[in-house]
Design a binder for this molecule. Sequence first.
Ligand code: PLP
Length: 370
Amino acid sequence: MAKSMIPAAKPIVGDEERAAVDAVLASGMLAQGAEVASFEEEFSAELTPGATSIAVNSGTSALHLGLLAAGIGPGDEVIVPSFTFAATGNSVAITGATPVFADIELDTFCLDPDSVRASVTERTKAIMPVHLYGHPANMDELSKIADEHGLMIFEDAAQAHGASLHGKKVGTFGTFGAFSLYPTKNMTAGEGGMVTASDPEFVRQVQLLRNQGMLTQYQNEVVGLNNRMTNIHAAIGRVQLRKLAGWTASRQQNAAFLDANLEGVITPPVVDGAVHVYHQYTIRIDGSDGAERDRFATALREEYMVGCGVYYPIPNHRLPSLAPYAPGLELPVTETAAKEVLSLPVHPSLSQDDLERIVEAVNQTAKAGA
Ligand SMILES: *Cc1c(COP(=O)(O)O)cnc(C)c1O
């Protein structure tokens, strides 16, 4: 019997999500309302204790509104990684500010504090680390740099729901955190995002910006957007939030099995004090020129029916959209990562048979020297 493809990612949506959406539809209260308010409270309680959550319509909007609320705009520089989804740099650029791309550490794939330090100028306003693949960035060192230079910290936690460093949850380290609720993320609302922040004035500013600049109808205090979340999306998110801890535990168990059994590739380490939530389980094909990694991926898919993904094949500072912000910039570790990384399935729907097939596929392909 032909094996079926093990998908690289699989959103899990069940009867409870369906029932929650039905209840909202039956209520007639479709737009932002009580369901959104409950989701915000539950999100903070579960994932960012001490912070307030503000629900918006995407992770990108969460970054964008956070940046605007922090006063980022033309003439400002924000240091970001290049090895991330384009939304990170895009959100900075769309404010009129300049994204300044720094290099990463090859073990965690997150911002390298030395590269960040070297990127600080008199225009730098903030550092925006990404907790890539669900592993927390080096917040100890980045916070030190921010303190030394009077910079803000904005966290792109789009891939890192529940991750922490020394017991402190991502999304609570800086001026604000931004989470995504896109279907392939660790939990979803269909589409959606959360801004997390603890300063009441900052929170109020984000609440204003997401709703045409008003908290009371027709009393528009500032120029704003419509980036609201609907009650329908919030209903899905609330159910998913209750399941997240169990899913994260499955991701971590799946990762532990892969750590223990993969051979011939570099598995992703977890730094001391970090909790990794494995949005992706990303191995490196050591010394790959990119083409070798692509052949490796093709072998997994075609010979073993193991889905896999490359996040991200083109560093942001080389994309046609963002390259104009980085003329002549060289980020050697970022370039290496872009050629070597391969993300394997680690999602909660994997069976033991699936995990064993992934291990066999990787170990045989590595042995064959793709
Ligand atoms: C998904 C993602 C975003 C954007 O989130 P959306 O909900 O898709 O807008 C931002 N940053 C990173 C690192 C992401 O992975």
